[in-house]
Design a protein around this ligand. Structure first.
Ligand code: LAN
Length: 723
């Protein structure tokens, strides 16, 4: 970051003593940051360690006696982490990384004419200046070099938040945009956002026909078959494109038209920009089939008015809008994620007006996505990662034996209570109409209100519940009937090839990737099969059948066998598995070796496990740790981090122990590295990013450093016979 960015960021810092995280106010697990001005309300509501920790303030937590061995280090880790437990039982955590989310929200709020409160505005600005790269721009995510998408969207957002065109580093950022050729080369999603804002012309966006929602369900490329996130971003996008919606034209919009292009706005040949994507942004170039389709659709758009086009368009808009309403109502106006959240908000505004109930409900669920971090405020990847973090923590606490220590019992009871309330108890209201996978019995990734089944979240949620309920001192709120509901969901999600996808069954051909319009992401058109998801399901079913051996026994054992076969097929010749949700080969290999361990395959009896262990051991660094960068996910080739990372070291250790590697020395050295990085209060410092999605966008899982370090140390202590 340049000095000027740093100074400008500091100018926008609000009083950190004013911020509080409210948890579960309107719904289970909900996060909402509020700012309290100095006064009696602030004094009456002291900051918690979670508030302070999230903002990088000293937590005041004590130094712990130095750990003498792995188990003590794990215990110190949990002694720290349990202080971050909220009163409702879960561990609230930041979920950032992507840099293309907040601008959409700010544009939506501009369309609504909402004035963002002063402190929020200041912190949104501060975050962006803090994340500015030395090259004077932003990338797709915080770890990536600048692109047109990242730089233009965030420059525009800063201007909308009131930053002057030449304030601090703004002149240099604008120069960067011009150096990259200006905003005409922005990827399609950026073209859409700028068109909504009025800083780009809809004529410069490839056709996005809502008529696709009029296709019969049997059509091989009907939108209900697409991966959930693509379908639910496409739907409102197609609606807004069909309407050629443009928000309020203001002096700022006019100024931006002058600022982000290298030529006068009026002279831009818009149709020529449809396929103009800056090479630096291009991860997934448009397929020839997609380009040809766009040419045909462009002709369709120009058909004379007498044809049936207008009524088809009307039917398409109606069908798309219906899906938007279903999605809003199914998810308590959260929608499946942050991109559809902002788009759906605008669609409801366009159709029902600012004073409608829908708009009111949408606005009430904006703060769920805003997280206050040490660097400022930003929009999160989902409305939190609540279930995901707590599930791993619960399993780690039980497996390591830490759950049986008196001082951790309250923590474990709190976790179980949270998990109990997080299980989704029914299918969504618009279950069939919204083409939803069943959710009765499932666990979501974040909160039950968000309402989406995820295969591995259901698996990990069930495992965590079973683990906590196995403790002698916990209540047993989740009945076997409810576990059976979860099992029903899991069994219903197995694909013909044996593997598991993320939210749904794979509903269409992978060849649909030819229609991928988002140049910045790969492998998004359908739900693919993942070793991570497959393993979480397999291991959950395995744990469940020990509790209820008779329930759907034949189906379960059949399912398990087929998962294992799929995991076998997915192994790469070098012994590793490719990870799609965490970085990368280390992450997926940990999951896959868990699967193989359940199938009884270990280093002693399986060539596959030996190959996988050899792969991991070959990546151990001289300091004993492991470290992989997100570029592994981008390129498909292992990318060595220059510094070992405690999270990947933990994953590698957990993997080696699943595989029962005889190389105890390697395991000891890995543990020593993790222990050497533990801070006096039992925490670990944040290192590089841990997660990924859609091959190209990194996303942070800051809770992982605590959870997986505790888990790896505790498991290693047992494996090496030290406890
Ligand atoms: C997530 C986060 C969690 C993740 C796991 C549970 C880890 C995974 O195993 C299954 C897929 C899932 C649920 C997942 C899917 C894609 C998400 C929702 C995200 C990576 C978080 C953010 C991302 C979402 C698509 C971001 C918005 C961007 C778009 C391209 C629409």
């Amino acid at each position: 970051m340049s000095a000027s960015a740093k100074e400008t960021a500091a100018k926008y810092r609000t009083d950190p003593a004013g911020w509080r995280l409210k948890v579960g106010e309107d719904s289970h697990g909900q996060h909402k940051w509020v700012y309290l001005p100095p006064g009696p309300q602030r004094d009456a509501w002291p900051q918690t360690p979670v508030d302070k920790y999230s903002m990088g303030l000293p937590t005041g937590l004590p130094e712990l006696p130095k750990a003498q061995n792995k188990y003590e280090a794990a215990r110190n880790g949990l002694t720290f982490y349990r202080e971050l437990q909220s009163e409702d039982g879960h561990f609230a955590s930041e979920y950032g990384g992507p840099l293309f989310l907040t601008p959409g929200l700010v544009i939506a709020l501009h369309c609504y004419g909402v004035e963002i409160p002063r402190e929020r505005k200041a912190e949104l600005i501060r975050y962006l200046f803090n994340k500015l790269r030395p090259e004077m721009g932003w990338g797709l995510h915080t770890a990536a070099p600048p692109t047109v998408f990242g730089t233009v969207m965030n420059y525009v957002m800063l201007r909308m938040l009131g930053v002057g065109p030449d304030e601090g580093p703004m002149t240099a950022i604008r120069a960067k945009i011009h150096e990259l050729g200006g905003a005409t080369g922005i990827p399609t999603w950026g073209k859409v956002w700028l068109s909504i804002l009025g800083c780009y012309d809809w004529e410069g966006v490839n056709p996005t026909p809502p008529e696709l929602w009029c296709l019969p369900d049997w059509a091989p490329f009907a939108p209900w078959r697409w991966w959930i996130h693509v379908r639910l971003v496409f739907t409102p996008m197609a609606y807004l494109w069909g309407k050629r919606y443009v928000g309020p034209y203001t002096p700022l919009v006019n100024a931006l038209r002058q600022e982000i292009y290298t030529q006068p706005y009026a002279s831009i040949n818009w149709p020529a920009q449809r396929e103009n994507i800056h090479p630096g942004d291009l991860y997934n170039p448009h397929h020839l089939v997609f380009k040809s389709l766009n040419r045909i659709l462009a002709v369709y758009e120009k058909l004379p008015y007498m044809t049936c086009v207008p009524s088809l368009r009307r039917a398409g808009l109606k069908a798309a809008y219906r899906q938007i309403v279903y999605e809003d109502e199914n998810t308590g106006y959260q929608t499946v994620g942050p991109v559809s959240k902002a788009f759906n908000m605008i669609c409801r505004l366009e159709n029902e007006g600012r004073d409608s109930e829908a708009c009111r409900l949408h606005l009430a669920k904006v703060d769920d996505f805003l997280w206050m971090s040490k660097d400022g405020l930003f929009m999160t990847g989902t409305n939190g990662s609540q279930l995901w973090d707590i599930s791993f923590m619960a399993q780690a606490a039980v497996e390591t034996g830490l759950a049986n220590e008196d001082e951790n019992k309250k923590t474990c009871i709190g976790m179980l209570d949270w998990l109990d309330k997080c299980q989704i108890r029914q299918n969504p209201r618009w279950y069939k109409e919204g083409y939803r996978q069943s959710s009765k019995g499932a666990w979501p990734f974040s909160t039950p209100e968000q309402s989406y089944t995820v295969s591995d979240c259901t698996g990990e949620g069930l495992k965590a519940t079973i683990a906590l309920q196995s403790l002698s001192y916990t209540p047993k709120p989740v009945t076997v009937e409810r576990m059976r509901d979860a099992v029903d969901v899991l069994l219903s999600m197995q694909n013909a090839s044996g593997g598991y996808a993320s939210y749904e069954l794979q509903r269409g051909s992978e060849r649909m990737e030819m229609l991928n319009a988002a140049e910045v992401f790969g492998k998004i058109m359908v739900d693919y099969l993942y070793p991570e998801c497959s393993t979480s399901v397999l291991s959950a079913l395995e744990h469940f059948r020990k509790i209820d051996p008779k329930y759907r026994a034949v189906e379960i054992s059949c399912c398990l066998e087929r998962v294992i076969e799929w995991i076998h097929r997915d192994q790469r010749p070098d012994g590793s598995w490719y990870g799609s949700w965490g970085i990368c080969f280390t992450y997926a290999t940990m999951f896959a070796l868990e699967s193989l361990a359940i199938a009884g395959e270990t280093h002693a009896n399986s060539e596959r496990v030996r190959r996988a262990c050899a792969f991991l051991l070959g990546k151990q660094m001289t300091d004993g740790g492991w470290g992989e960068t997100y570029m592994s996910c981008v390129t498909g080739v292992y990318s060595q981090h220059e510094q070992s990372q405690v999270v990947m070291t933990s994953w590698a250790l957990l993997a080696l122990i699943y595989g029962q590697s005889p190389d105890h020395d390697a395991i000891r050295r890995g543990c020593a590295l993790i222990m050497s990085r533990q801070l006096p209060d039992g925490a670990w410092a944040q290192e590089d990013t841990e997660g990924i999605f859609n091959k190209n966008c990194a996303i942070d899982y800051p809770a992982f450093k605590h959870i997986f370090c505790i888990w790896a140390l505790g498991r290693a202590a047992k494996y090496l016979g030290e406890v």
